[in-house]
Design a protein around this ligand. Structure first.
Ligand SMILES: [Zn+2]
Length: 235
């Protein structure tokens, strides 16, 4: 019997700690021309802006021609509104990560929605009308409240755990092992080690055909029509 090894490669993805918490081994088939495909990734930065870290990150992203999404916290925005204006002016997507960074799922429905509305109003005042997509703190918001929003919600498919390790090498390792076409990567622009790791990773991955876009761009490029009240984790 003659066995023909076709163009399809079977890749066993082992338990690498990638993704948003599942530990299931899956078999994937890679398309033939994968090496030549353009791969799109959305880097997302929570909890900023940070006057120590965000400007250097913006400088680096601008130099590399990479765009990202910043889920900012209202109580930080009021301290450094100019940095948030710079994000928007340089083509990044600005999103709503609540005003006070409370665990919204532990508040009453009304309190949670009021907190998100307070930050939304602040962003409108600062940047003008627009859709400020929501990432709830810790990625947690009750379904009923999510459904009440007029914008899409964004969680993530790659968790770098940068806030825990604060180690550039470990952050780079997760990005390199786990990031694939269509991923949404969770980061925080409050740590210098995160900025170091991200700028190194972007430069390296661009050489491999990765293009860094905003979450809205990523979904649009993948033909996903983003809907209000729906949570997106990857495209
Ligand atoms: Zn956060």
């Amino acid at each position: 019997m003659r066995k023909r090894i076709g163009a399809l490669l079977a890749a066993l993805v082992l338990l690498t700690g990638c993704g948003a918490g599942s530990g299931i081994a899956v078999v994937e088939e890679a398309p033939e021309a994968e090496a030549e495909m353009v791969k799109y990734v959305a880097l997302t930065f929570d909890d900023g802006p940070s006057p120590r870290c965000t400007p250097r990150l913006l400088d680096g992203l601008q130099e590399l021609g990479a765009r990202a999404t910043f889920f900012v916290v209202g109580c930080q925005v009021v301290k450094d509104p100019d940095i948030v204006q710079r994000m928007a002016a340089e083509g990044h997507q600005v999103g709503n990560h609540s005003y006070d960074h409370a665990a919204l799922n532990q508040l009453t429905s009304r309190q949670a929605l009021e907190d998100l509305e307070k930050n939304d109003a602040l962003l409108r005042q600062l940047l003008g009308d627009g859709d400020y997509w929501v990432r709830p703190p810790y990625g947690l918001l009750a379904e009923a409240e999510a459904a009440a929003l007029t914008v899409p919600l964004v969680n993530w498919s790659v968790d770098t755990e940068d806030w825990r390790t604060k180690d550039s090498g470990k952050i780079l390792d997760v990005i390199y092992r786990c990031t694939e076409d269509g991923d949404i990567v969770l980061l925080h622009d409050r740590y210098q080690n995160t900025v170091d790791a991200v700028l190194a990773a972007v430069a390296h991955l661009q050489e491999q055909g990765y293009v860094f876009v905003t979450v809205a761009e990523l979904l649009a490029l993948k033909g996903v029509a983003a809907e209000p009240g729906v949570t997106y984790r990857r495209a």
